[in-house]
Design a protein around this ligand. Structure first.
Ligand code: AMP
Length: 174
């Protein structure tokens, strides 16, 4: 098995000073490594009867769609405001400065449907926590939240308490 962390490029001071950006394009471009990363994510939840993947814009789409294809189940995009064409539910969340929001189509998940939420990276947890609220609003049964990368030092997990949270690669500092 490849050391997946070796394929993540750390880009200092992007998009602003002090942030160490975890660039996954260096993993995605290696066919076998990308394949393995998806398989490792899939193994973590293989015992659950998941019926739908909810992927968070935009890099959550890459891993979420791959998992949905692998398991032969549906994929639902969670997007930034104004991108989805039909009726949506919306959830706002706090950023360091100001607020942001995510949206999902109202008819994307049905009552009690078993759902797995997927994103590339867990930082402060704001985006994933807002996504949990969206799925709950629609009555989805959340089986877990899965990330390729987790930045432990930002304690994002705290915002996702009560849920099964899985990550494959962890960083203890920037
Ligand atoms: P948060 O809501 O703080 O957990 O931020 C999560 C979202 O921001 C994810 O969709 C990530 O793709 C992106 N993100 C946050 N911090 C980083 C980072 N250091 N490197 C790459 N992406 C990041």
């Amino acid at each position: 098995m490849a050391d997946l962390q070796k394929f993540i490029r750390n880009v200092p001071d992007f998009p602003k000073k002090g942030i160490g950006f975890k660039d996954i394009t260096t993993l995605l471009r290696e066919g076998k490594v990308f394949h393995e990363a998806v398989d490792v994510l899939a193994e973590k939840f293989s015992d659950k009867e998941i019926r739908k993947i909810v992927g968070i814009e935009s890099r959550g789409f890459i891993f979420g769609a791959a998992l949905a294809y692998k398991w032969n189940i549906g994929f639902v995009p969670v997007r930034k405001p104004g991108k989805l064409p039909a009726a949506t539910v919306k959830e706002e969340y706090e950023l360091e400065y100001g607020t942001d929001a995510v949206e999902m189509h109202k008819d994307a998940v049905s009552q009690n449907e078993k759902v797995l939420i997927v994103d590339d990276l867990l930082a402060t947890g704001g985006t994933a926590a807002a996504t949990l609220k969206l799925v709950r609003k629609l009555g989805g049964d959340i089986q877990g939240v899965v990330f390729l990368i987790e930045l432990n030092f930002l304690n994002g997990r705290e915002k996702l308490k009560g849920y099964d949270v899985i990550s494959i690669i962890q960083y203890d500092s920037e």
